[in-house]
Design a protein around this ligand. Structure first.
Ligand SMILES: [Zn+2]
Length: 440
């Protein structure tokens, strides 16, 4: 199948600093981009992410965004208890960046989209005003995304009705009030826990990583109520997961001793699952919760009455540790963006990692669902790894590419996208006869 869609993500500050028309000129002429989307709800993350400084921003060297702001003008009628926060930065305030981008992109005949990124609530605001909706670990601590507890991040619980209302509102707002073809999300799902590394010489093994899920989320009151309604023995779950979390964190002398025996044994991931029934039941409960959330998002987009694609954007190497089971959750999506950026390692091994992740997604999708392969057009990707990544996309049965991200891209890497498309015959124009066919 041809790689018909070539998408690129843009941030509001990119648009303000470089100018929308200039950016679209660069992307379409160099990388054949025909689909542009705004990261319309962006988490707290220094930009550019991998390089220290922007390679081509004429205004600033780097940017530190506010936490989880929306960059469109929210429709107050779509929200209930939890409402989106908007930017307070002077150069961004008071403009609907989504409408500005989609208007410009439409004039060029491009597809348009919006991304609701990793986190949807400002962590500090949520800790002060909405602590009851936040994910809790088995010890009762607030669960954050990616970073240590000390970073004071916070994730809302997918099972809390107010969070579900808020998520429904966000997707419904974008779909009903903006000219988008797709809404993409890489929302962080359940906290996946962290293995602290301990004394591993070569990084944690797979069973040690699965054990660390016991330190993740969620054990809030909403989860307890939902799980109990579904027939889970919540006390047994809490009892067993506490023990496993203690093993993972090495809390208690008995637990430390047991962990040391396990570390020096030939224990396996499957043994951990078979041995711990309540833990396994909790993992399945998280999976059902995530599936319900995907169904809710699909419903919110459909309720707009417009044809708006639900595009899921992967964000983890092992999504099942966050409760995401591709095979069942993907029944609700229209397309998946596999967001692997291993081509940025600059090695053949990195490209092989990307290829494997694409194959995993393709296997979980129906024939009518689209697979979009991300390309990391940033350091330390090379022309070689980027063109090889296009080959991986072709071989994995992808339907498009999606560049991550323009802000950190160099022109050489954007050029490599076009080169890769031609080299690996990614589109129908590459499959034409050498001479004109006789007229019929
Ligand atoms: Zn919860």
């Amino acid at each position: 199948m041809p790689l018909n869609e070539i998408a690129a993500s843009l941030y509001p500050w990119d648009l303000a600093d470089e100018g929308i028309e200039h950016i679209l000129d660069v992307l379409s002429s160099r990388a054949e981009v025909n689909s542009a989307y705004l990261v319309g709800l962006m988490h707290k993350e220094k930009r550019p992410l991998h390089a220290r400084h922007y390679p081509h921003n004429p205004v600033r060297r780097y940017y530190v965004p506010e936490d989880s702001r929306v960059y469109w003008a929210p429709d107050p009628g779509k929200y209930q208890r939890i409402k989106p926060l908007t930017t307070e930065r002077e150069f961004l305030i008071g403009r609907d960046w989504l409408d500005e981008l989609t208007t410009a992109a439409r004039r060029r005949g491009m597809r348009t989209g919006c991304e609701i990124s990793h986190t949807i609530i400002d962590a500090q605001y949520a800790r002060e005003n909405l602590s009851d909706v936040l994910q809790r670990d088995v010890y009762g601590n607030i669960v954050g995304a990616f970073e240590a507890v000390e970073a004071q991040r916070a994730l809302p619980c997918l099972n809390h009705p107010d969070v579900q209302d808020y998520l429904y509102g966000l997707f419904a707002d974008v779909a009903a009030n903006h000219d988008v073809d797709y809404v993409q999300t890489c929302l962080v799902l359940f906290g996946a826990g962290r293995d602290d590394g301990g004394t591993h010489s070569f990084g944690p093994t797979s069973w040690q990583q699965l054990l660390a899920v016991a330190t993740g989320g969620c054990f809030c009151a909403a989860c307890k109520a939902k799980a109990t309604e579904e027939g889970l023995d919540w006390d047994a779950v809490v009892h067993q997961v506490t023990h496993l979390a203690n093993l993972s964190r090495r809390i208690g002398l008995e637990e430390l001793h047991e962990r040391q025996l396990l570390d020096e044994s030939n224990y396996t991931e499957s043994a951990l699952l078979v041995e711990n029934e309540a833990f396994t039941a909790w993992l399945q409960f998280r999976k059902r919760s995530v599936n319900r959330l995907f169904a809710l998002v699909r419903e919110a987009l459909a309720a707009s009455g417009r044809q708006v694609e639900f595009r899921y954007n992967t964000y983890m190497a092992s999504p099942e540790r966050a409760g995401l089971d591709f095979a069942s959750a993907f029944t609700y999506v229209d397309s998946v963006r596999e967001s692997d950026y291993s081509d940025q390692l600059g090695t053949a091994e990195g490209v092989a990692t990307k290829r494997a992740k694409l194959m995993k997604c393709r296997r979980a999708l129906r024939e009518d669902q689209q697979l979009i392969a991300a390309l990391g057009v940033r350091p330390n990707a090379t022309t070689q790894t980027l063109t090889d990544s296009v080959r991986a996309a072709v071989e994995a049965g992808a339907d498009g590419l999606s560049l991550g991200h323009y802000d950190g891209a160099t022109m050489e890497r954007l050029d490599a996208v076009k080169l890769g498309l031609h080299r690996w015959e990614g589109q129908q124009r590459d499959w034409q006869p050498l001479t004109e066919s006789p007229a019929e």
